[in-house]
Design a protein around this ligand. Sequence first.
Ligand code: DQQ
Length: 532
Amino acid sequence: HSLNQTYKPSFHFQPHKNWMNDPNGPMRYKGLYHMFYQHNPKGAIWSNNSIVWGHSISKDLVNWLSLQHALIPSESYDINGCWSGSSTLLPNDKPKILYTGIDINQHQTQNLAIPKNVSDPLLREWIKSPNNPLMEPNNVNKINATSFRDPTTAWIGHHDGFWRVLIGSQKKDKGILILFKSKDFFNWIQDKNPFYSAKNTGMWECPDFFPVLINGSIGLDISINNGYGIRHVVKVSLIDVSHDYYFIGTYDTIKDVFVPDKGFDKINNELSLVLRYDYGKFYASKTFYDGEKKRRVLWGWINESSIQEDDVKKGWSGIQAIPRTLWLHKSGKQLIQWPIVEIEKLRSNHVNLHSKVLKGGKMLEIFGVTAAQADVEISFEVKELEKAQVLDPSWKLDPQHLCKENGSKVKGVVGLGPFGLLVLASKDMKEYTTIFFKVFRGNKKHVVLMCCDTRRSSLNHNNDLANYGAFVDVDPINEELSIRSLITLWWRVLGHKEKHASQQEFIQLWQSMIKHTFMCSIMEQLMLKSRS
Ligand code: DQQ
């Protein structure tokens, strides 16, 4: 039963119905992509005792076939939920899942599951190890029993042959990554030093750890860890602020610790200086290495913008962001991301708008986009850059805040900006989503601000109508400012009485910018638009 494309967004991964959150254990196995996810099969909202691992497979990361659940709560160590985790491909293509179980006492334990039949490329059935739980909080290790979860993909240390895995945790207000080692994947020993930790950050959820090439965009298997020419990335999801932060640094294979580069060590005192994968809604993300295509692919969860009552009415909640290929920029200072190329095969009817001059306060309509999905590419060449306002140092430099100033003003352009797109504007202009740039003059070069304002995205003010922004490192003197925006317009007839059913439109925007150089920021959010 493949997904009925009429009723599902073509761009985004989601289950047939009900609640979904974190991506879990993504991998490629015997020519198929596997995607697991946190799922409540009983309803469209979160459940504190019935979360399972949903499971789907795909040949291309675009079209998905949904399978039976891979893991469901069944044993004393996971009876209150099968929470997030990762998969590891052991030598000779032996997949294993490590996941967090919520036990009868609501304690968090780490457990192993293996395929019942490795010759089934669909890996439909998973068996929980009789040795479970493999890692658990106790009086000796003094691990916080309710802050001990989300194992990473495991990697092997080539000098000692031991497997290693990281578990997210917290000690007082300090986020920590606990390292466990094992010779056989069953018996795991806790390392005395945390792999990495930082003060004032709270619990670190869904950690991710992987190598990146210093020079080039191809991906690397996690077990490549002592080669020349690689750096390492640690990602943590901060529960208090619901964002995913990453650090680039060195993996010291002897001490078994991660040492962030200068500039990435700011998390202790200034979170806003640490880079995020995404400046919109994007959480609990996880990468995997796609050995076939030699790339590292990033998945992340986008939570709903509607309120729970509406989620229950519509029968589902949560989507996964478009998978992105991810690599290190040649500067070594940030990661670059771009939607997987496969998504481009969904493009069919081209609508072209030739170069036009956009005057201050004027709007241009793009006619002819009638599809339910659109993949929009647009670029702006900015004239008269010298007229850009100077970025006054006394202004608060929080980009989200700067986006708010004048952000909602579509007309009345002052200096350079805002200019950009009004997406899915209704005829009466009562609803639209604004994606725009503003250009300022900085000390040495121009400062480009990229914003997404959803305050007018819906007339239903119960929705989260947030405002997003980030600075993007491009130089408008030498290059155009470009945006790619993936738009899903999805409606589904609600309720049983079709005649009286209301229609809802769902818009999901993917936007980013790249132009020969930096991939600078990505914002992605789900917006709910309702029409009577
Ligand atoms: N979601 C899972 C946890 C994880 C959290 C539970 C992050 O394992 O820490 O569904 O969204």
